[in-house]
Write a protein that binds this ligand. Structure first.
Ligand code: A2P
Length: 414
């Protein structure tokens, strides 16, 4: 009787952010419109997906008879995880460890530190910077969300542009909702899907620092783009983004989270931040920059360098405040891809133009790199970092491994 510790994802906690599917080096994770699931016959228990998961929903295991492992079709239908089957778990107790197969080793690893990440397969860090603040995660769940009040909602992009990006401020009053820069929250949109199920939560990065959008207040802000097309470019209204962009002051919103324990900023004041983003990927960069701006007054000396891409100047969120930040505080380079009469320019092109300065940052062990925005930029940015390292006489592969191992290269793309 072969027994398997089957790897499963908790559908009640999962926020369907796709991180696990992207991280899995053997393509054991897949999804449908309802759930993210793990293929029992493919998962080899390497644990690469465990620490990047922002909610911890990935870290679930059931002892099953191998012949009765839950199929992905069955997992797609779940609203909650099944209880542990006692027959299978008793069978495991009666078996010597030698009978355990590859699946059993997955759960065996649970007792080990997830810090044993494979820096060869991961593209970025799966650990936070050594000096990051300890984040709280999952304080509020689908079953018990926290109710926030909208205290502000305004459009960030030019009225004439196609990108309708909003800055939305949520206040939690006297209910605790502690967050740090780089974390995200889940929003539960009201209403139901066509088949009558409640909508899944949608994840948004927090755009404000830990001490509040308004310093000293229990509030935060989000950067939300109204979705008007699906992945294939067909007209489709995003359920949650439209709900959020249309909110009025005083409206109540159901929030879950916070989420995220790796894409976090270093806390030591002489650390340097190299930030690369497009569009709404600017949210965590705004949070980190604003925290540093407030802290700078208290003596932070680390350098900040930002590469920010958008279609045009009018479609760049936070354009005004950004260009007004003092040059000796943050070194900002903008890249516009659709300015009339000018060649298309992406963030990676802008980085190459600044190769000497980026190279100087790469040489410094105190530099922490953050990439957030469109999926497509990830390859381009990693390639640019590699080329810039080589150009500066730095071997990329050892540097890349060190950046990953030391929690100094954080990628969040969608
Ligand atoms: P593009 O004009 O080619 O779409 P969006 O407005 O869709 O959120 O995109 C933000 C910016 O990111 C745009 O300037 C967009 O350019 C750019 N972009 C698109 N693909 C990539 C990529 N592969 N690498 C870097 N930037 C990209």
């Amino acid at each position: 009787m072969e027994v398997l510790k089957q790897h499963l994802i908790d559908p009640e906690i999962c926020i369907r952010c796709n991180t696990c599917e992207e991280t899995c080096p053997v393509d054991a994770i897949t999804h449908d419109a309802n759930n993210y699931v793990v293929k029992a016959e493919v998962c080899n228990g390497c644990m690469a997906c465990i620490s990047p998961c922002p909610t911890g929903s990935i870290d679930n295991w059931r002892t099953v008879l191998k012949s009765q492992a839950y199929s992905i079709e069955e997992q797609f239908t779940w609203d909650e995880l099944p209880a542990q089957n006692t027959t299978a778990s008793a069978a495991l107790d009666n078996h010597a460890p030698a009978s355990a197969d590859a699946g059993a080793s997955a759960a065996d690893n649970l007792d080990e530190s997830p810090a044993g990440i494979d820096v060869d397969t991961a593209r970025g860090s799966t650990l936070p910077p050594w000096s990051a603040a300890k984040p709280y995660v999952n304080l509020y769940t689908h079953k018990l969300p926290i109710v926030a009040t909208v205290v502000g909602n305004y459009r960030l992009t030019g009225e004439s542009t196609a990108s309708d990006i909003h800055h939305i401020m949520l206040d939690f009053g006297t209910t605790p909702f502690p967050v740090v820069e780089g974390q995200s929250i889940g929003i539960l949109p009201p209403g139901a899907t066509q088949d009558g199920k409640t909508h899944h939560a949608r994840q948004y990065s927090i755009a404000s620092p830990r001490d509040g959008e308004r310093e000293g207040y229990n509030n935060l802000s989000l950067t939300v783009k109204r979705v008007t097309q699906d992945h294939r470019g067909k007209e489709a209204d995003g359920v949650c983004s439209n709900y959020l962009c249309d909110l009025k002051k005083g409206d109540k919103v159901n929030v879950i989270g916070p989420f995220g324990s790796t894409f976090l900023m270093p806390n030591h004041p002489n650390s340097h931040l190299l930030m690369i983003c497009t569009g709404t990927g600017s949210a965590p960069m705004r949070a980190m920059t604003e925290y540093r701006r407030r802290r700078r007054l208290k003596g932070a000396t680390g350098k900040l360098m930002l590469f920010f891409g958008a279609r045009t100047k009018e479609e760049l969120p936070y354009f005004g405040p950004l260009v007004n930040l003092p040059k000796d505080f943050i070194d900002t380079t903008l890249a516009f891809s659709r300015t009339a009469g000018q060649p298309k320019r992406y963030v990676q092109d802008a980085m190459r133009e600044r190769a000497a300065d980026v190279g100087q940052m790469l040489r410094d062990d105190n530099t922490f790199i953050y990439v957030c925005g469109l999926k497509g930029m990830e390859d381009g940015v990693l390639q640019a970092l590699r080329d810039i390292a080589v150009q500066n006489g730095i071997e990329w592969d050892p540097l890349w491994r060190a950046l990953k191992r030391e929690g100094r290269l954080h990628l969040e793309t969608y």
